[in-house]
Write a protein that binds this ligand. Sequence first.
Ligand code: SAM
Length: 304
Amino acid sequence: MNQNSSVAASILQDAAQQSYPVSALYVLATPIGNVCDITLRGLHVLAIADAVACEDTRNTSQLLQRYGLSKQLLATHEHNEREAAAKIIERLQAGQRVALVSDAGTPAISDPGARVVDAVRAAGFQVIALPGASAAVTALSASGLTDARFHFVGFLPAKTRQRETALQELVALQAALVFYEAPHRIVETVQSMLQVFGPARQVVLARELTKLFEHIHRCPLGEAVAWLEQDANRQRGEFVVLLEGAQPVEGEDAEGERVLRILLEELPVKQAAALAAQITGQKKNALYERALQIRQGAQEDGDA
Ligand code: SAM
């Protein structure tokens, strides 16, 4: 046994010595790509669980096989979460340990799981979290974005109009924004972001994290579509998209900026500023100047 494997064995032993109560649900994060990104505690709980509730039984049985495990699997997906929760509760009543996993990453994060956890808690049973990989946090940690806060959005609506309306609501937020996106929609989503946020904001396209073709690209939004279109491979795989948050704008608060941007979608500058002043109670002149800047920025984007 080399030094590394003896360290791993002794930590696995530590994991085994902790207490893992029966009649408990274990919410267990699994890898988002690289099969080695399971925690030792997660592995131990998979080994001692009486059953594993999972999104897709084929995926999870393959994952378990990689770790040399075979378990009873309970299909628990977005279409049967309530019924699955009832079956899980029966097992907890019988004194079992049940692990809850999704296809990849952390359950209940843009994945099924929250309803099961809610029902198990309501039935009075213990829920124990086993933390691990999540694509959102993985992307943020390697992005270099320096925003002090982040706001998790997950998947945006598929239709352009609804997507852009959802994005409008985020324009003034002073926090890095975190999105999940599928490869076939990545270009149109980034186009919508450009439309709503303008070309200057930094975007991070984090693709295939922890996998063979992992790539993290950061650039101004104005350059992102061209970058994606330069090579078809850049549009393949799974994506986390991050946008830097709004910078504080001197002399006006975030609410004024948000209201102004919504009104400018439909109204001329003067009218939008007057209405925004009425709605927010802020100074009309300051809002008017800001409205001119926003409109001018939008025109420059159109000309570019
Ligand atoms: N529960 C998962 C988590 O904790 O991250 C997310 C599940 S959600 C259904 C799947 C989406 O997460 C993908 O469409 C993609 O946007 C993102 N994702 C998952 N794995 C990824 C990876 N390895 N690289 C980049 N994005 C990933």
